[in-house]
Design a binder for this molecule. Structure first.
Ligand SMILES: C[S@@+](CC[C@H](N)C(=O)[O-])C[C@H]1O[C@@H](n2cnc3c(N)ncnc32)[C@H](O)[C@@H]1O
Length: 229
């Protein structure tokens, strides 16, 4: 089975012999890949909806993988403490990811790694991890089909970032300075300028608030530019 670039990048973050729980598995591509390639000791794949789990069941049959434990569940509900040492939550909004982790603290505090790929509100996820006593160990930044994705790998440990821009853009990504990340930062500059120009002549309560936000974003962006170029 050929994983998409995004899913492959996530799967590669899983340490060998892990007990993996993939929350919101949908097609179960990651668990299937992990079990076929002997990358995990066990895999539980959960989803809140029956449709995705049926899709997952069919995919397991197609790829001859029979050892994934499929569960209909909201987030981590129904997972026991000794069943997970790696939790993957990918392809969901940051608020939903935070909600899922917040609702099962007893499971989360037992895991060795959280592998998260929020679609939006990524800075909030970084901040949240620090507030629950997790350290961000690694981040990956990839581009697929014209979209950018951030993958965060966190483990228990105390950490806080000093600067707002480190939460906004990812301290590790800023240090890594990959070509994909640099390209994203350059595009972001054009985007911020364009949005600002579009509203610069309009004076309403909303636009004045938005201008302030954009000025803050631009300041953070400039700091990142100085770090990576
Ligand atoms: C966009 S798909 C992402 C699928 C896969 N994780 C990926 O990254 O390609 C989101 C999946 O999460 C499931 N989902 C949404 N909220 C959930 C929750 N609270 N608990 C478990 N699954 C959830 C949806 O049913 C859907 O199958």
């Amino acid at each position: 089975m050929q994983l998409s670039k995004r899913l492959y990048a996530i799967a590669e973050c899983v340490p060998k012999e892990s007990k993996v729980v993939d929350v919101g598995t949908d097609h179960a591509h990651i668990p299937i890949y992990l079990m076929r390639n002997s990358r995990a000791a066990s895999c539980i794949a959960t989803d809140i909806n029956r449709g995705p789990l049926e899709k997952a069941r069919l995919n397991m049959k197609t790829y001859g993988v029979h050892t994934i434990d499929l569960r209909l569940a909201n987030g981590l509900k129904g997972i026991k403490e000794d069943e997970a040492d790696v939790i993957i939550i990918a392809g969901m909004g940051g608020y939903l990811i935070i909600d899922i982790l917040e609702n099962s603290p007893q499971i989360v505090k037992e895991v060795k790694k959280l592998i998260l790929q929020p679609q939006q509100d990524i800075p909030l996820v970084r901040k949240f991890l620090h507030t629950i006593g997790f350290k961000i160990e690694d981040e990956k930044f990839i581009e697929e089909d014209g979209k950018y994705y951030t993958i965060i790998v966190a483990a228990l440990g105390n950490e806080a970032y000093e600067k707002d821009y480190e939460y906004e853009y990812g301290k590790i990504l800023i240090h890594k300075k990959t070509e994909t990340f640099k390209e994203y930062i350059l595009r972001k500059q054009d985007k911020l300028t364009e949005i600002y120009q579009n509203i610069s002549q309009i004076d309403t309560e909303y636009t004045s608030q938005r201008k302030k936000e954009l000025e803050k974003e631009t300041r953070m962006h400039k700091e990142v530019m100085q770090c990576i170029f």
